[in-house]
Design a protein around this ligand. Sequence first.
Ligand code: FDA
Length: 305
Amino acid sequence: MEQILKNFFLFMGKNKVATKMAKKYGLRFGAGRFVAGASLESTLETIRKLNEEGLEVTIDHLGEFVDNEEETNEMTNHCIEAIKSIANQGLNSQLSLKLTSMGLDISRELVIRNMKRIMEVADSYDVFVTIDMEDEARCQATIDIFKELKSQYDNIGTVLQSYLYRTVEDIQDLDSLNPNLRLVKGAYKESPSVAFPQKKDVDENFKKIIKMHLLNGNYTAIATHDDAMIAYTKELVKEHNIPLDQFEFQMLYGIRIDAQRKLRDEGYTMRVYVPYGKDWYGYFMRRLAERPANVAFVLKGIFGK
Ligand code: FDA
């Protein structure tokens, strides 16, 4: 049953009609539990509160699979405005973005042009940018673009997913760039021809890539809500004397808030990924797919308790 629900939400997350409707009608169905707000202004307030609690942030202006140039320009302008606001208000936040919202599905030239506009501003305001990883079909293009940008800008990182067979090789391949990588299990529906179908294999591979990247001496963000992966990392860094400033934990806004605070209290850097904006639907569906128990929150959102 859980697998059926998971597939249902992942399928619904790609529904274009539902995406358009969701944009039009604003945050609904309990999405506010996972999405900070529709506007940048209200999100800056959320960042401030998290910072005051000792939590670091990366914000993500929601939007993906954009298929026209004008919209990619708007998304780019929005990222630039967000970077300037973060810096001008002295907030402790990075920026995360998806290349499909910058034109990855339209042309390489467009996505590079948009990304360079963002990186020029990020560089001058000293704000770190992470390129989220999307589905496997776009993984190689994302890595190629990351490499090109990394050769020109230092304050850029990307994400690798432990459910993909290719990831161990990607960690090796990227090592020469000393990249700052966020490591995750992976959130998209993938074929067994490219991704481990069994959770236990995804978890084993997650441990493997955490170990490889940390022992290679690279900065590593371990982005997970899984206690077993967190415990594994703590043991590993202790065993190998890896300094606290070489890694951080990351979790999503609204998920396992107590665990976030506990890691902060233990002295680890804890970064919260804060999504916001009108295009919340695909993100929300992926969160429901991860944990169908969250459907209870959706039902409360629809039926009002
Ligand atoms: P897993 O799904 O195995 O869950 C372990 C435990 O965590 C569960 O048993 C439950 O207790 C808790 N938990 C997990 N999800 C929960 C939820 N939604 N609600 C409540 N509890 C929950 N993916 C991707 O493909 N590309 C990307 O760029 C990113 N970026 C990213 C950034 C950050 C900061 C995070 C934390 C995650 C991502 N992800 C991502 C998503 C990631 O790939 C993965 O889908 C989720 O983190 C869920 O996997 P876990 O590692 O948490 O473990």
